[in-house]
Structures are given as structure tokens and as C-alpha cells.
Design a binder for this molecule. Structure first.
Ligand SMILES: [Zn+2]
Length: 407
């Protein structure tokens, strides 16, 4: 049951029911594709004649492909429906503390071409540099006309309505507008999100599967910071002022290492890539105010620590296990607070999942309140393309599959 919001509702019209059926058809086709019209009718629980107009409209508007089955049987071959994705493009842009990456991908998340450069902290100059790089990626062939939008990922909290970055502690941005200037410069629609929300969107929209696995989960991304995207009942939980899910800045200790947000003991200060690197190097974790942070990529540093651990390096293995323990402590807070059906962990550290899984599990078991909560599935994100960039592509592709709001 969902309570009607008297301040935000749409009355159902004849068009609404058509839109709802259209979205149901699109989602079912994506889930089961390729499938025949007869099978679609069966999945929708309607007679085949009912879906004829619907499918014809979707094929005519280039949303669906309908191709004959390759068969040697005699007679008219049956045709199968699938979502048209290959020639529909999205530009994903991932702004991280150390690097900014652009990826041109199709609507299924398949990578076409990417480019990267060191992040510039000045928003104006960064928009300028992104614009030049994006134009280069979109210049060849028919890419420009096929690109339907930009999914922009930022390491911070984003106001959903205005698209402004409310607070990006790693970059020192507060109330910064980067989406509108970028949209003007490239003349493409821009959807902006914080990284974990985008990663959660990619799992929800680009992934296959139904039920709790894609409707109730937490996506935890370990990077220069740590972010959490919460999905409940098929929706991203945002909160009243767009800061829901900021578990990275909940304290594990009131007197712990200093976080980039300026407070002490945040989960992020113990668990981020920066913490893992500092641990491995024998330095104190946490941010020292006034001391400039090193600009190098912490992602690359963690990848080499993982490689060393694989070679049997004890110091590297211990650093990863220690991060795993703190990762588990924070995950237990998520489990206790929102009790998700599963947790997906993304980031470079997941390449060492077999080395740190026991430490994660032990910490979760020690801090959760029931056996069922302790057994919450926790799995590393297995995607080969960066989950953040996939998330950027999903921001452009997903609205095509979302259910229209009714009442
Ligand atoms: Zn913090």
C-alpha cells in the first residue's frame, strides 16, 4: 500500500493506461528478450490481439526491434521482439577526486570508446575540459545524432530537483551547478547523480532478474570515499533533502581518524581506498588538514596492493583484511538500519574479495541482531565495465523503462 500524496499526483487518463501498458511491455521484453508477440501476450496475461497495437507502436517509434527467427523450417518464420539498444548511445562521465573519465556506451551498457584525464577542482575549468573531451568522443560517424544524453556522476550529494551538487567533500564543492553549464555547452540533456545512486540505478535497470534482487538492495561503492545507494521497492531512497544513504559519514568512533568532511571517525575514513593505501604504507589513516592530499589515483594504488597480496605479500594482505573488517562493520550498520535483501559492493577492492570476505563476514556477524540479518547476501560487483560508468549510462537509458506516475 502506498499513501496518496495530495501535493504530488497525476490523474489517470486514457493516455496513462496506454503509457503503463507500454512500460510493462518494455520491461517484460527486456527481461525475457528475444521473445515472440504470443509470449509477450502470455507474460502480460492478455489476448494477443490486445498487444498488436501496442507492439506496432513501439516498433514504429524505433524502441523495439522485431526480427525473424533464423530457421530452416518451411512457411513464414516467426518473429522475435527485443529492445533496440545497439544504435542508441549515452555519454557517461565519472568525476572522481583523482580522475575524470568519459565513456560512450550503448543503451545496454556496452562500451564504445572512453577517455580520461586528471580532475580539475575548479568547476568552470572542469566543465571546459569535459566539453572538449566529449566533443572529440562524439565527433566521428553518427555518434552525435545517436547520443541521447549525458549521465554525470559526481562524488557527492546531489539535489534531485535542481541537479546542483550540494556537498562534494573530496572536491570541496558546496552548492555547485555543473549539470546546466555542461548541458548548454554540449547541447545534450544531462542527468546528474552521486556515484552510489548511479551504480544502484545500473543494477536496477541494466541488470536482469526480478523480485528482491533488483528491487530491495544496497549498493556500496568503495573509492576515494565510500558511498551507498539504497533501493527499496524498486525506488532509490533519497530522503527529504537528498542526503539519505550517506553511511560513509556515520561514525564508527567519535575519536577516530579525520574524514574529508571535517568530522572524526567516519566509516569512510577507515574504509576508503585512501585508507587502504595509507594502511599498506604504514602511515596514519585519515585526512590531515592543511596538508595537500596526493593527487595520484588511489584506484591504481589499490590495484597494485591487490596484486602484491596475490603474490603472497603479507603487508598487502593485512592491509586488505583490515579494510575488510571496517567494511563489514559499516555494512552491519546498513543491515541494521534498512535490512536490504542483498548488498552489492563495487570498487577496486572487490578484486581481492576472496581475501577479505572472511573479515567482512566476521564483522557483520558480530554486529547484526538476528541470524537472518547476519546472513544477508553480500556480493562483489562482477561487471567488467566500471560500475560508475555503467551507472552513468543507466541514468540516460533508465527513464525509458520507468513506470509513469499515477496517483
Ligand atoms: Zn565524513
Amino acid at each position: 500500500m502506498r499513501k496518496l500524496n495530495p501535493l504530488d499526483f497525476r490523474l489517470a487518463t486514457r493516455q496513462t493506461s496506454r503509457d503503463v501498458n507500454r512500460q510493462i511491455a518494455l520491461n517484460l521484453i527486456r527481461e525475457h528478450q528475444p521473445l515472440s508477440r504470443a509470449d509477450l501476450a502470455r507474460h502480460m496475461g492478455v489476448r494477443r490481439s490486445v498487444i498488436t497495437t501496442l507492439v506496432n507502436e513501439l516498433v514504429a517509434s524505433d524502441v523495439l526491434d522485431e526480427a525473424p527467427v533464423e530457421t530452416v523450417r518451411r512457411g513464414r518464420p516467426p518473429t522475435l521482439l527485443s529492445i533496440r539498444t545497439a544504435d542508441r548511445l549515452a555519454l557517461a562521465i565519472d568525476i572522481r577526486y583523482s580522475q575524470t573519465t568519459l565513456l560512450l556506451a550503448d543503451f545496454d551498457g556496452h562500451a564504445i570508446e572512453s577517455t580520461a584525464f586528471d580532475t580539475i577542482v575548479s568547476p568552470d575549468r572542469l566543465v571546459g575540459k569535459i566539453t572538449v573531451a566529449a566533443r572529440a568522443l562524439l565527433s566521428s560517424g553518427k555518434r552525435r545524432s545517436r547520443c541521447e544524453g549525458i549521465g554525470l556522476i559526481v562524488p557527492g550529494m546531489v539535489d534531485e530537483a535542481s541537479g546542483r551538487v550540494l556537498n562534494a567533500p573530496q572536491l570541496g564543492w558546496r552548492d555547485v551547478d555543473i549539470a546546466v553549464p555542461l548541458s548548454r555547452a554540449l547541447r545534450l540533456p544531462v542527468r546528474i547523480e552521486n556515484a552510489p545512486v548511479a551504480c544502484a540505478s545500473a543494477k536496477m535497470w541494466l541488470g536482469r532478474g526480478t523480485g528482491a534482487s533488483t528491487h530491495d538492495f544496497a549498493y556500496v561503492i568503495v573509492s576515494d570515499g565510500i558511498g551507498v545507494g539504497l533501493v527499496a521497492d524498486g525506488r532509490v531512497l533519497r530522503g527529504a533533502t537528498s542526503t539519505a544513504g550517506e553511511f560513509g559519514h556515520l561514525p564508527l568512533s567519535m575519536s577516530g581518524p579525520r574524514c574529508l568532511c571535517g568530522r572524526e571517525g567516519c566509516w569512510e575514513a577507515y574504509t576508503s581506498n585512501l585508507a587502504t593505501v595509507a594502511r599498506f604504507e604504514g602511515k596514519s589513516i585519515g585526512h590531515e588538514p592543511g596538508k595537500p592530499r596526493r593527487r595520484g589515483s588511489s584506484a591504481a594504488a589499490v590495484q597494485s596492493i591487490v596484486a602484491l597480496a596475490r603474490d603472497g605479500d603479507v603487508r598487502a594482505t593485512r592491509a586488505l583484511e583490515e579494510t575488510g573488517r571496517f567494511l563489514g562493520l559499516g555494512l552491519s550498520n546498513i543491515i541494521t538500519a534498512v535490512n536490504p535483501a542483498r548488498i552489492i559492493v563495487g570498487g577496486e577492492i572487490t578484486a581481492a574479495w576472496d581475501l577479505l570476505e572472511d573479515a567482512v563476514r566476521d564483522a557483520v556477524s558480530a554486529r547484526t541482531l538476528t541470524a537472518a540479518a547476519a546472513a544477508t547476501p553480500i556480493e562483489p560487483d562482477q561487471t567488467t565495465v566500471s560500475p560508475r560508468l555503467l551507472g552513468g549510462a543507466a541514468l540516460v537509458a533508465a527513464p525509458r523503462f520507468a513506470m509513469p506516475q499515477v496517483a
